[in-house]
Design a protein around this ligand. Structure first.
Ligand code: MG
Length: 227
């Protein structure tokens, strides 16, 4: 039987070049993110606490934020070709982000990408100015089965999406919230901090800088031609 793969893509600095969440907070925030980021780096805030607060610093309505993302975000080379390859080989793809679904969707719309499920956190817009007022975490892990480190538990999302016992997961990512789901995957495509993590922890991986390398690696895993 043909191998059954399912591909999970991280968003910030994986699908995109650079972190969209970071530039939204830096460009549209009120400047107080630096103190929050310092508190997180010094261990005075957990990642979950940081995420609950940092996105509410964005001074923009939902429409303004979507327009800014559509104008500024860049997609990593080979993204469309990878999606096309997965479609033609019936490999399901999902996007899992430790950031916000709110800033994934405007980019997918701009790129004309449809039918890919997105799992992450969400901001609720409100108040007199219609800016973010709260961060919702619909994909937080149920405890005690999973740990409580990330606002969006990528490993929990992956476990929930498993449809067949023989399905093999492929994870594509770059950052620290990708460490845990990578150990749950059959194969990992890694860059940046995730690449170092895979090397240091013996996780089966392929380094990548563009999605052309990911597509070629997937073709090898499936044993098919890479167009
Ligand atoms: Mg990332």
């Amino acid at each position: 039987m043909a191998r059954r793969l399912r591909v999970f893509l991280d968003y910030d600095d994986t699908i995109t070049v650079g972190g969209v969440g970071d530039f939204l907070i830096e460009d549209l925030g009120d400047g107080s993110h630096l103190e929050l980021w310092r508190s997180y780096m010094e261990g005075r805030l957990t990642l979950k606490e940081l995420d609950a607060r940092q996105y509410t610093l964005i001074q923009a309505t939902e429409q303004e934020m979507a327009a800014y993302v559509a104008k500024k975000a860049r997609v990593r080379d080979g993204f469309h070709e990878l999606l096309q390859f997965c479609r033609s080989h019936e490999v399901p793809v999902a996007i899992i982000t430790g950031g916000l679904e709110n800033y994934v969707k405007p980019l997918l719309e701009r790129e004309g990408v449809t039918g890919i499920p997105v799992f992450g956190n969400r901001v609720r817009f409100g108040g007199p100015r219609g800016h973010p007022v709260a961060v919702e975490m619909p994909n937080a892990s149920p405890r005690p089965e999973f740990c409580d480190y990330c606002a969006c538990c990528k490993t929990f999302v992956m476990a929930r999406l498993r449809e067949h016992p023989d399905e093999e997961f492929v994870f594509v990512g770059d950052g620290s919230t990708d460490f845990c789901p990578s150990t749950f995957a059959r194969h990992v495509f890694a860059r940046r901090r995730l690449l170092r993590y895979c090397r240091e922890n013996g996780v089966a991986h392929t380094p990548f800088e563009t999605f052309h390398e990911v597509r070629a690696g997937l073709a090898r895993l499936l044993g098919v031609e890479n167009p």
